[in-house]
Ligand binder design. Structure first.
Ligand code: SF4
Ligand code: SF4
Length: 327
C-alpha cells in the first residue's frame, strides 16, 4: 500500500481561494478618547495628532490589502481610543463593509456618542461591537446608561451584533450582576474582562481574593476557560488555530504574525506568495489573557462558534465538533 503524502503545513493565502473563514486583526492607530477611565492603561494625553493621521493612512493601505484575501473575512479593528471620535474611521468602515466577502467588522466602542449619525453609509448588519460600559465616566448615570443601552439596541435592531463588556476591577465585581440584569431586560448580552494592572497600590490579577475569584467564576460559568486564562493560567503548548484561521497584521508595515501575544513572524501581507498555516500549532507563550484570543484555542473552537462580535461564544450542539472558530 502506498503511503499518502503528508499534508502541507502551509497554503497560499492569496493564490488559493477558500470558503474557510479567516479572522484578521489589524488595529487602527486612533488614540483619541473622550473618557478618562481611572483603570485605563492607555496614554490619551501624549497624543500626536499629525503622526496619527500618517499612521491612519498606512493602516488604510494595509486593511485594503487584507480585503484582497479571497476568503470570507472577519476583521478585528481595535483602536487605542474611541472610534466615535473619528469620522475617518467610519469612512473606512463604509468601504470595508461594502465588500461582499467581508462578513463582519469588530471593534470596541464606549457608545458615548451618536452612532446613528456616525454610521451613515456603513452596513450596520456587518458590525460586531464590544460596547464597553464605563459607568464611572457618566455625569448623569441613569440618563447616560439609558442612552448607552438605546444605542446598543439600535445596532442590534439593524442586524448588528453587540455584546456589552465590563471591566472587573475589585470595585466593579459586585456591580456586574446588576448591570447584566439591566442589559438582559433589553435583550443585550453582557460579558466582562478580568482587570489587569495596578489598582489602589496592588497588582492584579494576582491580588484578587478567593472570594473575588469565586464571584468571577460564577460570571463566566458558561465559559470557565475565560476566567482561568484571564486570571493567569498558562496557554503554552495548547493547540491553537491562530496562524491558520486567524492572523494578526501590523497596521504600519503589513507584517503578519500568528496572534498578538505570541507574535510568531509569518511574512508580509503585501507578499503575493504569502503562506498561511494549514494546521493548528502549539502556543508558544504563557499569556493568552484576552477574551477574543481565548476563542482561537482549538479546544474552545471545538465547543463554541464565534459570532462577529468576537467576545461572543455560541455553544455548539452536543454532537457537533467545531474546527474553525467562525464556521
Ligand atoms: S473608554 Fe476605553 S480607551 Fe477610553 S479611557 Fe476608558 S478604557 Fe480607556
Ligand atoms: S493560545 Fe492564545 S496566545 Fe497562544 S497562540 Fe493561541 S491565541 Fe495566541
Amino acid at each position: 500500500m502506498l503511503a499518502s503524502a503528508p499534508a502541507s503545513a502551509t497554503t497560499s493565502l492569496f493564490g488559493q481561494p477558500s470558503d474557510s473563514p479567516l479572522l484578521v486583526a489589524c488595529n487602527c492607530p486612533w488614540t483619541l478618547c473622550n473618557y478618562r477611565c481611572h483603570y485605563c492603561y492607555l496614554d490619551h494625553n501624549g497624543r500626536r495628532a499629525e503622526a496619527e493621521q500618517i499612521a491612519f493612512g498606512k493602516w488604510e493601505r494595509v486593511i485594503d490589502r487584507v480585503c484582497e484575501i479571497p476568503r470570507p473575512l472577519y476583521l478585528a479593528a481595535g483602536t487605542e481610543g474611541e472610534p466615535l471620535t473619528s469620522p475617518r474611521f467610519w469612512k473606512t468602515l463604509q468601504r470595508l463593509t461594502a465588500h461582499s466577502h467581508v462578513k463582519g467588522v469588530w471593534f470596541p466602542t464606549n457608545m458615548s456618542r451618536d452612532i446613528e449619525r456616525m454610521s451613515e453609509g456603513v452596513d450596520i448588519a456587518k458590525l460586531g461591537l464590544t460596547a464597553s460600559l464605563h459607568p464611572t465616566e457618566f455625569e448623569n448615570h441613569d440618563r447616560e446608561l439609558n442612552q448607552f443601552l438605546n444605542r446598543c439596541r439600535w445596532v442590534i435592531d439593524r442586524g448588528g451584533d453587540v455584546v456589552i463588556n465590563f471591566i472587573l476591577t475589585p470595585a466593579h465585581i459586585p456591580l456586574f450582576p446588576v448591570y447584566r440584569y439591566i442589559a438582559r431586560q433589553r435583550g443585550i448580552p453582557m460579558t466582562a474582562n478580568v482587570f489587569h494592572g495596578p489598582y489602589e497600590g496592588r497588582s492584579y490579577p494576582e491580588a484578587f481574593t478567593e472570594a473575588e475569584h469565586a464571584a468571577m467564576r460564577e460570571y463566566f460559568a458558561d465559559r470557565p476557560f475565560v476566567h482561568e486564562f484571564m486570571s493567569g493560567r498558562s496557554s503554552r503548548g495548547i493547540q491553537c488555530t491562530a496562524g491558520r484561521d486567524s492572523i494578526y497584521v501590523d497596521a504600519t508595515t503589513g507584517a503578519v504574525m500568528n496572534c498578538p501575544f505570541t507574535r510568531e513572524p509569518m511574512g508580509s501581507i503585501f507578499d503575493p506568495q504569502f503562506q498561511i498555516r494549514s494546521k493548528t500549532s502549539a502556543c508558544s507563550t504563557d499569556w493568552c489573557r484576552c477574551h477574543w484570543t481565548n476563542g482561537l484555542i482549538s479546544s474552545v473552537a471545538a465547543r463554541y462558534r464565534r459570532t462577529r462580535g468576537i467576545f461572543h461564544f455560541e455553544e455548539r450542539p452536543a454532537d457537533e465538533q467545531g474546527s474553525n472558530p467562525f464556521a
